[in-house]
Design a protein around this ligand. Structure first.
Ligand code: FES
Length: 350
C-alpha cells in the first residue's frame, strides 16, 4: 500500500508531475519564482502546504500527548515521594514548575498552536537535563552519586518522565522539515511562525530562568519551628562536661538526648531500661531523611517513606533495608558520655 511520506522542502516547492524529476532549468526557475513571485500559488504548492500543515499537526498532537503524560508522571512523583518535599524542597519546586510547563505546553500543542513547537522541545530538553542533573546533587544530601542514582532510577515515574522527555525531543527533531517549511511561508501578517535557532535559544533561556527562580526561591531556608523531637547539637543536656554528649546519671530512661557526631550529623542517645546506653544515627538508611523519635511507641520514624526503626536502630518496617548506624560511646568515671566512632555506617556519608 502506498504511504504519503512527509514532504521535504524540495518536494514541496516543485511541481510533482514534472517528467524531469525537478532537475531541469525550468523547474529550478519555477522553484525560485515560488518565493519571489506575487502570483497565486499553484495546486502543487497548495497541496505541499496542506501536507506540511497536516504533518506538523501530527507531530504537535503527539508532542502534546507526551507532555501531558509527563506532567501526570511529575504530579504522581510530587504526590507520592515525600523526600522531595522534606529532603530537597528546591527540587520539588523545580519539578512543580516543570509539571506546570508540561501541562500548559501540552495543551497548547494539542490546540495545534504552532508557537508551542519550540517552547515544547526546549522544555523537554531542559526537563531531561535537569532530571539527569539531579543525580549529581547527591552529596548535598549526604549520599554518594551512585547510591542516589540507584534510588532515582528505581522510581518508575522518574524513568517515565525521562523517557517521555527524550521522546518529545526526538519527535521535535523529526518534525523539523515541516516546521522549517512552514516557517518560510509568508502570510499577510508575516511568517507563519517563528522557527530559528535564535528563537529556540530564547525559549530555552526563558524557561531555564523561570525554573531557576523557582529553585532559588525553594532553596531559601526558613527558620525551623521549635520541636521537641528536633535534634539540635552536641551537649544538648544541660550541664554536660565539655566535649561530652550527656551525663549518664542525668539521662531519663527511653528519653533521647540529641547530638551531632560528627558535626552536622544528627544522632540520638538513649538510656535503656537496663541502664545500658544506645546511640543511633537519625539519618534513615533509605535516602537519608532525618528520622524523629516517637516517644509513645519508642521507635524512630522516617517521615519520607515511612520506615520505622526500633530503639536500637533495627529496621522494623521498610522501605529501608539496613539498620540505623550506631555510635560508639565512651563513658568516663564521672558518667560523661563521649561519642568515639560509628559502627556500620550506612549510605549517608559522613
Ligand atoms: S528516606 Fe525513605 S524511608 Fe526514610
Amino acid at each position: 500500500m502506498e504511504t504519503n511520506p512527509a514532504p521535504s522542502f524540495l518536494e514541496l516547492d516543485h511541481p510533482k508531475k514534472s517528467p524531469c524529476g525537478g532537475n531541469c532549468g525550468d523547474c529550478a526557475k519555477a522553484a525560485r519564482s515560488t518565493t519571489s513571485s506575487k502570483s497565486q500559488p499553484n495546486v502543487a504548492q497548495l497541496s505541499g502546504k496542506q501536507s506540511a500543515h497536516r504533518g506538523f499537526r501530527r507531530f504537535q498532537f503527539l508532542t502534546g500527548i507526551l507532555l501531558v503524560l509527563s506532567s501526570g508522571a511529575g504530579t504522581y512523583l510530587l504526590a507520592t515521594d515525600a523526600s522531595l518535599w522534606l529532603l530537597a524542597f528546591s527540587h520539588a519546586v523545580g519539578l512543580m514548575i516543570i509539571v506546570a510547563l508540561d501541562l500548559v505546553l501540552g495543551l497548547y500543542s494539542l490546540s495545534s498552536s504552532k508557537s508551542a513547537y519550540l517552547p515544547s522541545v526546549a522544555a523537554a530538553f531542559l526537563g531531561f537535563i535537569l532530571q539527569l542533573g539531579d543525580v549529581f546533587t547527591a552529596p548535598q544530601y549526604n549520599m554518594t552519586i551512585l547510591y542516589f542514582a540507584h534510588y532515582l532510577f528505581g522510581l518508575w515515574a522518574f524513568d517515565l518522565i525521562l523517557g517521555l522527555q527524550l521522546t518529545i525531543i526526538l519527535v521535535g527533531v523529526a518534525g523539523r522539515p515541516h516546521a522549517r517549511y512552514l516557517s518560510r511561508r509568508k502570510t499577510r501578517r508575516g511568517r507563519e511562525f517563528d522557527y530559528s535557532r535564535r528563537s529556540f535559544m530564547k525559549a530555552l533561556v526563558g524557561l531555564a530562568g523561570l525554573i531557576g527562580v523557582g529553585v532559588v526561591v525553594g532553596s531559601i531556608k526558613l527558620p525551623a519551628p521549635a520541636s521537641s523531637t528536633t535534634p539540635t547539637s552536641t551537649n544538648t543536656q544541660t550541664g554536660a562536661a565539655q566535649g561530652s554528649v550527656a551525663n549518664v546519671n542525668e539521662l531519663q530512661i527511653s528519653s533521647p538526648v540529641y547530638f551531632e557526631y560528627p558535626a552536622g550529623y544528627p544522632n540520638a542517645l538513649i538510656k535503656n531500661t537496663d541502664g545500658s546506653l544506645t546511640a543511633v544515627s537519625m539519618l534513615c538508611t533509605h535516602v537519608c531523611c532525618e528520622c524523629s523519635f516517637d516517644s509513645a511507641s519508642k521507635v524512630f520514624y522516617c517521615p519520607c517513606h515511612g520506615s520505622v526503626f526500633d530503639i536500637s536502630g533495627k529496621v522494623v518496617r521498610g522501605p529501608a533495608s539496613a539498620d540505623l548506624p550506631t555510635i560508639q560511646l565512651r563513658v568516663d568515671g564521672s558518667g560523661n558520655v563521649f561519642p568515639t566512632g560509628i559502627n556500620n555506617p550506612g549510605p549517608c556519608q559522613v
